[in-house]
Design a protein around this ligand. Structure first.
Ligand code: IYR
Length: 225
């Protein structure tokens, strides 16, 4: 049993009026984010993606176990293999009757189909794996907690970091994703959580014409007096 050790935390306060300015600034930044399926092949420095992974890995996690692995892929042959495997699964989803009608109906406004060219166009793909349990240096199993919640938060922070750099990504979950475990040689304790192709949006990039729920549709308030 290790006893807790505490250290001072004094991040310094943002003055009140600036809190609101910053809230608005960050909203404007994030409100400009779109999931993209039409990417440019222009190169992106690897350091930028690795820094975004480092940012994502600052996410809070159950018992601070950080139950995630980010696999970074720039190799063209591997991207092609990933595209081929993803398209095979998605063809079964869209055309092989694996997606139920209500799901197909929900996706119709987004105009998605089984073609996933972008997986070969992008300079980088990051595949985020959740670690269902950890393995300590001696090879013993280490229990992980709130794995989906922790990895979901890290994924969101990664998306925000990518967007902040002026890059685009897509939270892609070609289902089922077991082919990624195999292609990337990941161990038995890891499961694919999401695949994130990253690059600049194509010059002729189009995105679905959708709106977001207004604040009042997503918040319930108990304000006190
Ligand atoms: N995974 C499929 C289908 C799909 C599912 C959802 I939920 C989306 O928001 C978009 C697509 C695909 O990637 O095409």
């Amino acid at each position: 049993m290790t006893n807790p050790t505490f250290i001072p935390y004094r991040p310094g306060r943002v003055p009140q009026p600036e809190v609101i300015e910053r809230a608005q600034w960050f909203f404007d930044l994030m409100e400009g984010r779109r999931s993209v399926r039409m990417f440019s092949a222009d190169p992106v420095p690897r350091e930028a993606i690795e820094q975004a992974i480092a940012t994502a890995s600052t996410a809070p996690s159950g018992a601070h176990r950080q139950p995630w692995t980010f696999v970074l892929i720039g190799d063209h042959d591997l991207k092609r293999q990933i595209r081929e495997a993803a398209e095979e699964e998605e063809r079964t989803n869209y055309q092989g009757g694996r997606l139920p009608d209500d799901w197909l109906e929900a996706l119709r406004p987004l105009g998605t189909d089984w073609h996933k060219e972008f997986l070969e166009t992008v300079p980088w793909i990051v595949v985020l794996f959740e670690q269902r349990y950890g393995v300590d240096p001696a090879g013993n199993r280490l229990k992980h907690f709130y794995v989906k919640e922790s990895v979901g938060i890290a994924c969101g922070m990664f998306i925000a970091a990518i967007h902040q750099m002026g890059l685009a990504t897509l939270t892609h979950t070609p289902s089922p994703m077991a082919f990624l475990t195999k292609l990337l040689g990941r161990p038995e304790n890891e499961r694919p959580f999401a695949m994130l192709p990253i690059g600049y949006p194509a010059d002729d990039c189009l995105v679905p014409d959708i709106t977001r729920k207004p604040l009042d549709d997503v918040v319930i308030r108990f304000l006190g007096t």
